[in-house]
Design a protein around this ligand. Structure first.
Ligand SMILES: [Zn+2]
Ligand SMILES: [Zn+2]
Length: 177
C-alpha cells in the first residue's frame, strides 16, 4: 500500500484530521526546473457523511528550483491546497472512478481506502508558477557574456532592442556569413 493512501475504515462520521508522510519517489511528481525533496507532508481534514467523503488539506514539500532566467538554484518551500470529494455509491461497481468533475470521484459505499497520490501530484503541479524565477524581477543573464545581471551590470554594450529583434539580427549575421 502506498504512503499517500487514506484509510477510510477507521473514519468516524463528521470531521477528523489525518497526516500522511511519504517519500517523493512514491509520487509521479516531476517538472523541469524543480527537484522535489522528501518527505512530502500532507495535512488533511476529512469529513465523512452518508453520501460522501470530502478531503481538504495542505501539501508541504521542499524543492530545489532552478531560475528560468538566471539559472541560479535555490531551495523553496511549496505549499499546495488539496481538495477531493469521494461520492459513496451503493451497489454499482461500474461507477467506480473519476466523475466528469475534476477532483470528484465515485467510490463504493464501503470502500476501505482511497489513494491520494495522483491528486497530490496534480495539486502540487498546478500550484507552481508558469515560470520558475528566483525573484519576480530577476534580471537574468547577459546574452553576450553570460554575467548574472542581478549581481551588477556587465561591461557589454547595452542594446535596447527587444530580444526577438536581437534573435533576428543574429540570424541575419549567420546568413551573411
Ligand atoms: Zn533568477
Ligand atoms: Zn555582458
Amino acid at each position: 500500500m502506498g504512503k499517500f493512501v487514506l484509510d477510510l475504515r477507521d473514519l468516524k462520521d463528521g470531521k477528523s484530521t489525518r497526516s500522511l508522510v511519504g517519500d517523493v519517489e512514491s509520487l509521479d511528481l516531476s517538472r523541469d526546473e524543480y527537484v522535489f525533496h522528501s518527505p512530502v507532508r500532507v495535512e488533511l481534514e476529512v469529513t465523512r457523511s452518508e453520501y460522501e467523503i470530502s478531503v481538504v488539506g495542505e501539501i508541504l514539500v521542499t524543492a530545489q528550483v532552478e531560475c528560468a532566467r538566471c539559472a541560479c538554484v535555490s531551495t523553496r518551500e511549496i505549499v499546495a491546497d488539496l481538495r477531493a470529494r469521494y461520492i459513496r455509491v451503493r451497489g454499482k461497481s461500474d461507477w467506480n472512478g473519476r466523475s466528469e468533475h475534476a477532483g470528484v470521484f465515485r467510490i463504493q459505499y464501503d470502500e476501505g481506502v482511497v489513494d491520494l497520490s495522483e491528486e497530490i501530484c496534480q495539486s502540487v503541479l498546478v500550484s507552481l508558477p508558469m515560470r520558475a524565477l528566483c525573484t519576480s524581477d530577476c534580471k537574468g543573464l547577459c546574452p553576450s557574456c553570460g554575467a548574472n545581471l542581478n549581481e551588477g551590470q556587465c561591461s557589454c554594450r547595452r542594446t535596447q532592442s527587444h530580444p526577438a529583434w536581437a534573435a533576428l539580427e543574429k540570424l541575419k549575421d549567420i546568413e551573411g556569413q
